[in-house]
Each structure stands twice: as structure tokens, then as C-alpha cells.
Design a binder for this molecule. Structure first.
Ligand SMILES: [Zn+2]
Length: 96
């Protein structure tokens, strides 16, 4: 049988880890949702490709509550979260 080729071209040797802004847990990027500040407001960046200042939240509604409750997200993103943004985030949270 063909021997398994060991590729040394794997960029994801160690998975990128991110800290949740709410619970401060460090998790793999895939377990988190990235939020990015933009001129149009907060973008929920599911692809992880939007450039800009980002914050991460676990895919757990509790963390979203926590992030939205105070001004934690605003502090991390250094911007104001508008009522429209908040609504968008709440809606996303409800679908988690
Ligand atoms: Zn969390």
C-alpha cells in the first residue's frame, strides 16, 4: 500500500486560540464567533476574514448576554454599540 505522506506544509499545527471577552476562556477559533467593528456597525464575522478590530465570544448565549450586558464589548472594540447593533447581536444570540 501507498505509504502515508507526511506533509510538513500544514499551517495549522497549533490551532489559533482566542479569548472570549465575556468568560475569558481561551478556546479554538472555531468555537468562537468573531465580531468586528466597522463603519457600518458591528459585523458578525462568521468567516473570520473580515479585517478590523475584532472581539470573540463563545458560541454560548450566556457569553453573549454577558458581552451585551455591560460595556465589555464596547471596551474591547473601542466603539459604541448602537441599538441596531445590539438588536443584531441579540438576534444572532437567539439563533445560537
Ligand atoms: Zn465565553
Amino acid at each position: 500500500m501507498a505509504k502515508t505522506r507526511t506533509s510538513n506544509k500544514k499551517p495549522e499545527k497549533h490551532l489559533p486560540e482566542r479569548t472570549c471577552v465575556a468568560c475569558r476562556e481561551v478556546k479554538g477559533k472555531r468555537e468562537m464567533v468573531r465580531l468586528v467593528r466597522s463603519r457600518e456597525g458591528i459585523i458578525i464575522d462568521e468567516s473570520g476574514k473580515v479585517s478590523g478590530r475584532g472581539a470573540y465570544l463563545c458560541k454560548a448565549s450566556g457569553c453573549w448576554d454577558e458581552g451585551l450586558k455591560g460595556n465589555r464589548l464596547e471596551q474591547v472594540l473601542r466603539c459604541q454599540i448602537t441599538p441596531a447593533d445590539k438588536k443584531k447581536l441579540e438576534e444572532y444570540k437567539n439563533r445560537l
